[in-house]
Design a protein around this ligand. Structure first.
Ligand SMILES: [Zn+2]
Length: 416
């Protein structure tokens, strides 16, 4: 029995390797797949034959180019993921706004929509149903029956509980503990997860470049809020309940400026756009704004700082300093090889960057920080939805298609 379990485990791992290589590199010949996965030609042949018969991958023949010798060359056959093998639905919730994206098994977008859906005043028990209604309308418009969807993933700002599938706390909602996954699973009969948006950005980074982000990376988002996703050995670390790496709500100054989460002194209360703006206007103790600060306001503030406005300079320096001390703690705990700063453009504030580096120097010994690469990535809302799609596809590869069982075959038949 143990031997059988072992061979099944190996087969599962090998199938996952092949799927992962095709996902990362696109259409590949069997020889290339062997090189990418380290599997023997015999294993590649067997695994590919199985995956083809199950409809998960397919073959494409490239046209034969006749060499000058006149002898016909052999056609090049490449393997690729079958787009119809599965469909996934990624959902991004922000304040009074929902984005829904439907993609195929290759991650290509089939349809997308962005609709106004009240979140802030939605009420704990009604939001899940309202979201399910919106998704049902979207699928009906696309003429897609819900049972064709393999997985649904929901990304939110704030704290998500992956075990209960609920939003524990989010600036987009007045109330807490909003059940989401259960409502969608009940309506559509499709497994659903709820996750923090910064963790989804990290999922997207892993998919975009498995080599670059294959080690230990902390991806920090700054903008309308502050979040972090942690990648450990190429996998996003979610913590016990999905709430890992709440960098924005880590305390920076005990009893300091009021944060959107209701606590005082969080990193976010200094680094988020609203925090910087409040420090400029001197209203740090007031309730945080519900909606995001317009980017034009922040650009204007940045220009003032550049022109020498003392208050504006101080606000950016305070933000950079809070960010630097925060990153210092992250470096001390994680020993990362890379820190990615993703934001809507604020990193271009040289003042903030300089203050961040000074704080980092003051807070961490040189030997710990000298090998850490700090890079900046311009953020777009699409990074969250893209990362959610990537996470969904990785889950399907691992939990559904890596397993060659009669059940998996049945599941496939249902999708065909
Ligand atoms: Zn907070």
């Amino acid at each position: 029995m143990a031997e059988k379990a072992d061979s099944e485990l190996v087969r599962r791992q090998n199938r996952l390797l092949v799927l992962g290589a095709l996902r990362q590199h696109g259409a590949s010949a069997r020889v290339e797949l062997g090189r990418l996965t380290g599997l023997s030609p015999a294993s590649i042949t067997t695994i590919c034959a199985q995956l083809i018969s199950e409809g998960i991958i397919s073959e494409e023949s490239l046209p034969v180019i006749t060499p000058p010798s006149g002898k016909r060359g052999r056609p090049t056959v490449r393997l690729l993921l079958n787009p119809g093998a599965a469909l996934v639905l990624a959902v991004k919730i922000s304040i009074d706004d929902v984005m829904i994206v439907l993609t195929d098994f290759r991650g290509e977008t089939i349809a997308r929509t962005e609709v106004r859906l009240p979140t802030y005043d939605a009420g704990r028990d009604l939001f899940g149903m309202a979201l399910a209604d919106e998704i049902a309308r979207f699928l009906a418009a696309q003429r897609v029956v819900p049972r064709k969807i393999s997985r649904i993933g929901v990304a939110i700002q704030g704290l998500a509980d992956s075990r209960s599938g609920s939003i524990v706390w989010s600036p987009a909602f007045k109330e807490g503990d909003i059940p989401v996954a259960h409502a969608l699973e009940e309506r559509f009969g499709v497994p659903c997860f709820v996750a923090n948006d910064a963790n989804m950005i990290a999922e997207g980074l892993v998919s975009a470049d498995r080599v670059r982000y294959g080690g230990v990376t902390a991806a920090i988002f700054t903008g309308y809020g502050v979040g972090m996703g942690v990648i450990i050995n190429g996998e996003v670390f979610h913590g016990a309940t999905g709430a890992a790496a709440e960098f924005g709500h880590m305390n920076h100054i005990p009893d300091g400026a009021l944060c959107r989460c209701g606590k005082r002194g969080c990193v976010e209360a200094y680094v988020a756009d609203y925090g910087i703006l409040r420090h400029y206007t001197g209203e740090t103790g007031r309730e945080a704004p519900r909606s995001a600060v317009p980017e034009s306001t922040m650009t204007g503030l940045n220009q003032k700082a550049k022109a020498g406005d003392v208050k504006a300079r101080a606000a950016f320096e305070l933000a950079g300093s809070a960010l630097g001390y925060g990153i210092g703690r992250v470096i001390s705990i994680l020993n990362p090889d890379r820190i990615v700063l993703a934001g809507p453009g604020l990193q271009t504030s040289e003042l903030m960057d300089q203050a961040m580096r000074e704080a980092l120097e003051k807070s961490v010994v040189e030997v710990l920080r000298r090998d850490v690469a700090i890079e900046q990535v311009r953020f777009s809302d699409d990074m969250i939805i893209r990362g959610t799609v990537d996470a969904l596809l990785r889950i399907i590869d691992r939990d559904v298609f890596a397993i060659a069982t009669p059940q998996a075959a049945q599941a496939l038949a249902a999708h065909g």
